[in-house]
Each structure stands twice: as C-alpha cells, then as structure tokens.
Ligand binder design. Structure first.
Ligand SMILES: *Cc1c(COP(=O)(O)O)cnc(C)c1O
Length: 386
C-alpha cells in the first residue's frame, strides 16, 4: 500500500521559524489609526478569544444553521439582540462589511443592472459591484475641501439610470462625512428602489438605525467598529428581503446560498458577541466622541493644519491637510517616514508610514488626555524641524 512520502524524507521548511515571534507593533501605544480604533477588543472579547480559539469551536451544538446555535447563544444574538440594535427586522452575521455588500448586490441584481453609489464610496463597494457585474454610477461630491454628498443628486441619476439598488456610505471612510441618509430614504421609497446603507464606520460607534433612516439594508463591520477580532460583520434588512438574500440551498435545505452555507465560526463571532454589551453601551456616549473629535480638530487647526470633510465635524474619523509636515519631509533624511518615526518614539500609533501631505486619524479610542499629548507631539515635531 502507498502511504505517500515517508516522514523521514520530509524536509521541514525554514519559514515557520522566520514567522516568529508574531508581535503586534502597536501594542500598548496610543492608537489613532482609523481602521483600528473601533476594533480594539474588550477584556471580555480577549477572554472569548482564547476560549473559542480552536477551529470550528462554536459548532458543538450546531444542527445545520449557525443562527440556530443556542450554546453559545448565537441564536439569541442574531435573532433577538441584533435586530433592535440595527433597527431592522432580520439580521445576519457576515465575514465583514464587504461580504454584506456583495450578498445584497449578488442576490438583488443581475449582471448589467446598475447601482448608484455616492462619490465617497468605499473601494469594497466598487469591487462587490464588479464581482456582481453591475454598472456603477457614481454621484458627485462637492469637492475640496468638504467633499460633501448631497443626496438630492441621486434623484436625476435614478430617473436616468433606473438602478436596481442605491448605496450610501454613512459615513465615508475618507473624510468621515455623514450625508443626509434619512432624506435618501425618502427618495428611495418614492422611487421604490432598495436602499443599502454602508455603515461600516457607524454601527458600533454611533447610534444608527436602519428603520429611522428608511433603508432596506444596513451593513456593519465587526473588526472596524464593533470590537471584534473579525473578520466579521453584520447585515440587517427588512423582512421582505429575507427570502431572497438569506435563501436556502435547494440541495441543502438549512444552508444559505449567498454565504456559501455558513459564515462566522469561532473567534470572529464570539469576540463580536462578547464585546456587544460594551459596544451597545459606548454607542450611548457618541456625543462625547463627537465633541472630542471637534476639540481635536480645532487644536490641529490652531497648529496651522486644515481639516478636510464636513465642518463642524460629526464623526471621529478626521482627515487633515498637513503641508508643513510635507515641507519637512522634503529636507530630512527619513523623507516621509520622519513623521511616523517621531510619533512612534512618542508612543503614538496610527499614521500611515510615509504619508505627510495629509493625515487621517480617528479620535475614537484615545481619551482626551492622550489626544492632548498627540496635539503636543505634533506641535513639538513642528518646532523641532521648524
Ligand atoms: C472599512 C470599510 C469597509 C470594509 O469593511 P470590512 O468589514 O473589512 O469588509 C467597507 N466600507 C467602508 C465605508 C469602510 O470604511
């Protein structure tokens, strides 16, 4: 009988040694990175992380449908906890915001259909549309410096293109602008077009309810904004879409087609669930987050930087033009990396290495004292090279 290569002859690759130690460079630092600030785990999630680290660890009592598992309480989370939180009738867990977007596009539209999106849409919206072979019609934004989305501009586009879907990014991931989502809900209802709210930067940070905004779908990201290890996301919808988007396989009656039968198993899901009580609680303190962001923005403008996006700002995601840093980068040895290095030395994490012309930060995870230190550090760096 043939058993394959004998173990003695099997050569062990050097690679595993090279991959260790796996240490996170940002651990213990003040984190102002937009991608990371809302995904930092709670203590409860950190515990769940090891408890459910093994593969397929939530499947002990699965009888075929993830959202029916009662130990751990997935069923309760998906059916009872998420819907009132999202303001939807039916909820599902997904691999991330992009997967929710793809599931909706793929189940509602067919190749050649068009979808209208805002001018600040995320790249994943475009890629999901591409995978579904949809034509993407992009609405305008107001341009520099605020890049506002005026949702009334959807109307002529809807009349002209008869789209299958409309998408609004709320807020967008570049400037943290919050367009008038409720007004777009009225427009969507008037034209009877399914309306998808991409709330990857909203769900888990700020109060946002699909029903209050008149949307058909709401999409959230667990690792972006819900303190989950991820990849994970949530998708809420009106009941009328359940049969289509969460339809079951003909061959396997308890397996959903759009998610290939099952989504989150183990760490992505249990960390999402474990963090949820605190996530729900923090959403209630959103006004404090907004005033922190506005304070930070004002402080940076006092240093001579210019905040891009809506003013006054209503989200923790902030972009600034920082021409003085750019000027410095042209005459120092580290070039654009000087800023990243200066901040890292001070225990501040989150600016994209090499970037100096504009910086994008989130004030969500850092407290006011830490943000004051960030402002002081910016000031000190300008002084040092000025
Ligand atoms: C981060 C982000 C996404 C992607 O989220 P994933 O959960 O990683 O798929 C989609 N849309 C917007 C607006 C985002 O900011």
């Amino acid at each position: 009988m043939y058993y394959g290569k004998s173990p003695e002859k099997h050569t062990v690759s050097k690679l595993p040694q090279k991959l260790t130690p796996l240490r996170s460079p940002h651990r213990g630092m003040i984190n102002i990175m937009p991608l990371q600030a809302g995904g930092i785990l709670t203590d409860a999630a950190r515990e769940a992380l090891t408890e459910f680290g093994d593969g397929y660890s939530v499947c002990d009592f699965c009888s075929g449908d993830l959202s029916d598992i009662t130990i751990p309480p997935v069923r309760q989370f998906v059916r009872e906890v998420l819907p009132p939180f999202l303001g939807c009738e039916v909820a599902a867990v997904t691999y991330g915001a992009r997967d929710g977007m793809f599931m909706v596009m793929h189940s509602l539209a067919k190749p050649g259909d068009s979808v209208i999106v805002d001018g600040n849409r995320h790249y994943t919206t475009a890629v999901a549309a591409e995978r579904t072979e949809l034509e993407v019609i992009e609405g305008p934004h107001s341009g520099y410096p605020e890049f506002r989305i005026n949702v009334d501009e959807y109307e002529p586009l809807i009349e002209r293109h008869k789209p299958r879907l409309i998408v609004l990014t709320y807020p967008d991931g570049k400037y943290g602008n919050l367009p008038d989502a409720r007004r777009l809900g009225e427009i969507a209802q008037h034209y009877d077009i399914p309306y998808v709210l991409n709330a990857a930067y909203a769900v888990g940070r700020m109060p946002v309810r699909m029903d209050a905004l008149g949307a058909d779908f709401i999409i959230g990201s667990g690792h972006k904004s819900m303190a989950s290890a991820g990849p994970s996301g949530v998708l809420g919808m009106r009941k009328k879409w359940e049969e289509l988007v969460l339809r079951k396989s003909k061959a396997h009656g308890n397996k959903e087609v759009e998610c290939l039968g099952c989504t989150l198993r183990g760490v992505p899901l249990v960390t999402l669930m474990a963090s949820f009580p605190q996530v729900e609680e923090r959403v209630g303190h959103w006004d404090e987050q907004v005033s922190k962001a506005q304070w930070f923005s004002a402080e940076l403008e006092k240093l001579g930087f210019r905040q891009l996006g809506e003013k006054p700002h209503r989200h923790d995601l902030l972009a600034f033009e920082t021409p003085m840093f750019y000027d410095i980068s042209k005459r120092v040895r580290d070039r654009g990396y000087f800023l990243y290095k200066e901040l890292k030395t001070r225990g501040i994490w989150g600016l994209q290495p090499g970037m100096t012309r504009t910086v994008k930060v989130s004030t969500f995870a850092a407290d006011k004292e830490q943000l004051a230190f960030v402002v002081d550090s910016f000031r000190a760096i300008l002084g040092k090279y000025g």
